[in-house]
Design a protein around this ligand. Structure first.
Ligand code: SAH
Ligand code: SF4
Length: 417
């Protein structure tokens, strides 16, 4: 699949032409994404899962079975505010309708294969979906306060092959559907007994979402966007867009769309400040080079001083961690409301990199901080259960092979076209 070299906005002088080209590029990305669509959210007996449907879809279904559209509001409340998984619990719905719903529908959750809690209280879930594919979700409690972040996966595997990432060693098996993405959060909430959804100031543990698990969320934009809209809906889970952060390795045309449509926080996996190095360690750079990624950050609509863009920077000893790299980093991002998250490399079996030394991390952080950017060092969490960043990887690839399906070609192969 090839894209014309002028598909990136910053290469065109004409704004209109640029946005048309961008539309073309987005259509190409969507078409490719559709090849990895999830299976329908239904049971073998034909019952459909109500989780993951938009309000409009839920209303259409109610009308299809001869019910009034106002049922959507009731069901939405039970599913996403109360966390009900059983129609017989829905006390505001008469028994005959409860039974009718139970004959046709389910309120699903992914199956829990394993649930491990680390010494530092990080909890990792391995979820299995209806077709046997698996993905990992991690709950990371805040060290100081009674709250925490749920790190959600968007794909099984990843088409991108960042050289430091464990997920990147696993070919893309398929995208996760909206039900599976929302389901990870709901199942994590089940595990902490945090239903009904807390409102207002009520303390909640699962208070933020980071789309930083397995996969590239902007290569599964439609399902991710649908899931985030469900999660943000004020009559259900009601998480604000300020509490959701999507991490991307730099899928430039979709960054624009995500900002315009969802307005959630953005994190960008930069990891290198020169194209030659980034081409190597984040191969998507061959398609969307540093200059274009930074330009997309500059125009990201949801960024402000109160809501900074996070630049993620993995610290690889002797590779990208010099003081010159730090100075170039601050030059590149100058003027962007941003913070820099320095991530010590987390080793995984078979990886060849080494984490930077503590001294080098501190030297690097100081240069970034002196330039006016917060530069927290992300301390690895849940290392003992392989739940830390970049350590997630499931056995799903094995399943794909067993099913006789070919592995997906790595995206890097058509990068730079
Ligand atoms: N695909 C998206 C989101 C998932 S990766 C992205 O790349 O942004 C989430 C974060 O984990 C990224 O910043 C990624 O670079 C980081 N990461 C990957 N492998 C890692 C490793 N071995 N050690 C530390 N962080 C890693
Ligand atoms: Fe995919 Fe992100 Fe891992 Fe790169 S770092 S291989 S984009 S999951």
């Amino acid at each position: 699949m090839s894209a014309a070299p002028a598909t990136s906005p910053s290469r065109s002088r004409d704004g209109t032409a640029a946005s048309l080209l961008n539309d073309e590029e987005r259509a190409r990305i969507r078409a490719k994404s559709a090849q990895f669509a999830p299976p329908p959210a239904a049971l073998p007996d034909g019952r459909r899962d109500l989780v993951g449907l938009s309000r409009e879809e839920l209303t259409d279904i109610m009308v299809e079975i001869g019910e009034k559209p106002f049922r959507t509001k009731q069901l939405w409340h039970w599913i996403y505010h109360q966390g009900a998984t059983d129609f017989s619990r829905m006390s505001s719905i008469a028994r005959p309708l409860q039974e009718k719903l139970a004959e046709r529908f389910v309120i699903g959750r992914p199956g829990v294969v394993t649930e491990q809690t680390s010494q530092d209280s990080t909890r990792k879930f391995l979820f299995r979906f209806r077709d046997g594919q698996e993905a990992e979700t991690v709950y990371i409690p805040d060290r100081q306060e009674d709250r925490g972040a749920v790190c959600i996966s968007s794909q099984v595997g990843c088409t991108l092959s960042c050289t430091f990432c464990h997920t990147g060693t696993q070919a893309l098996v398929r995208n996760l559907g909206a039900a599976e993405i929302v389901g990870q959060f709901m199942a994590a909430r089940d595990s902490y007994g945090e239903w009904p959804s807390p409102k207002g100031e009520t303390p909640r543990l699962l208070s933020t979402i980071v789309l930083m698990g397995m996969g590239e969320p902007l290569y599964n934009y439609d399902n991710v966007a649908k899931a985030m809209r469900i999660i943000m809906d004020g009559e259900g889970i009601g998480l604000s867009r300020r509490r959701i952060t999507l991490s991307t390795s730099g899928v430039v045309p979709m960054m624009d769309q995500c900002g315009a449509e969802l307005g959630i926080n953005l994190a960008v996996s930069l990891h290198a400040v020169r194209d030659d190095l980034r081409d190597e360690i984040v191969p998507l750079n061959r398609k969307y080079p540093i200059r274009e990624v930074i330009a997309a950050c500059r125009r990201y609509p949801a960024a402000s001083n109160a809501r900074r863009i996070t630049f993620e920077y993995i610290m690889l000893r002797g590779i990208n961690d010099s003081e010159a790299d730090a100075r170039e980093l601050v030059r590149l991002i100058s003027g962007i409301p941003a913070k820099v998250n320095l991530i010590p490399f987390n080793p995984w079996p078979g990886s060849s990199y080494r984490p930077s030394t503590r001294e080098q991390l501190d030297r690097f952080a100081k240069i970034v901080m002196d330039a006016g950017f917060a530069s927290p060092i992300r301390m690895p969490r849940g290392r003992d259960i392989l739940a830390a960043c970049g350590q997630l990887r499931t056995e799903s690839q094995r399943l794909r092979r067993a099913a006789g399906q070919p592995d997906a070609a790595p995206e890097a192969e058509d990068a730079g076209t």
